[in-house]
Design a protein around this ligand. Structure first.
Ligand code: DX5
Ligand code: ZN
Length: 224
């Protein structure tokens, strides 16, 4: 079942608990948290104390996307704060194999993220070490940007690899997904679809999540 994963980046941070409750009402079971440090990306967001507060108001799976340099240094703090799964950028990890093993050694699913300019082949040596791959379909740093279509080719290539190599990692996409391109994203092979502005800048986020789930369900490819 394809999951719509709301990203709180475009939510009203002064009313975060209400915003989270809304997307939960719409049927979302995963919540995407963007962690930015002002170094790896040109923006800053939240750290472990806010994740800890979010943990107290929801049972949703907290999908923590680290857009920070030196992630190894902060991974333990995000786990303590209540992260359920953590993804790190290939571009931010000098010792990617070690970082992925670190996350898994703490009992959490580990994900690796690729920026738009980074080829899929750079992951070939770690695909058996990841629980999910996150393909950025915008340059990370901001919500509400335009979808970069090359991401679909990367999703298809990874979907092909996981079938050929008998692997079971999930495929996640992040950035610029909206009602118009959602079906294409699902058909390319995505399992988890992050949506920020399309949900939180809509008049009724609960209804929007429900509608996106329906579009995703109808577009899900049936493999024989
Ligand atoms: C961008 C973040 C995304 C962002 C996506 O750097 O990683 O998770 O929230 O937002 P939209 O869906 O608005 O492009
Ligand atoms: Zn993200």
């Amino acid at each position: 079942m394809v999951q719509i994963v709301p990203s709180i980046l475009s939510a009203d941070f002064a009313r975060l608990a209400d915003e989270i409750r809304r997307v939960e009402q719409g049927g979302a079971t995963m919540l995407h948290l963007d962690i930015m440090d002002g170094h790896f990306v040109p923006n800053m967001t939240i750290g472990p104390p806010v994740v800890e507060c979010i943990r107290k108001v929801t049972q949703m799976t907290l999908d923590v996307h680290l857009m920070i340099t030196d992630p190894d240094r902060y991974i333990p703090a995000f786990i303590e704060a209540g992260a359920d799964q953590i993804s790190v950028h290939q571009e931010a990890c000098v010792h990617l194999d070690r970082t992925l093993r670190l996350i898994r050694s703490r009992g959490l699913p580990a994900g690796v993220v690729l920026n738009p300019a980074t080829p899929v082949a750079t992951l070939d040596e770690v695909l058996d070490l990841v629980d999910f791959v996150l393909i950025m379909s915008v340059n990370p740093g901001f919500g509400g940007q335009q979808f970069i279509p090359g991401a679909l080719r990367k999703i298809r290539a990874l979907d092909q690899r996981r079938r050929q190599w008998n692997l079971s990692f999930k495929l996640e996409i992040d950035g610029g997904v909206n009602e118009d391109n959602l079906a294409d994203v699902v058909r390319a092979g995505c399992d988890w679809i992050v949506m920020g502005a399309s949900i939180f800048r809509s008049p009724d986020p609960a209804a929007t999540v429900a509608r996106m789930r329906e579009i995703a369900r109808e577009a899900t490819p049936v493999r024989v």
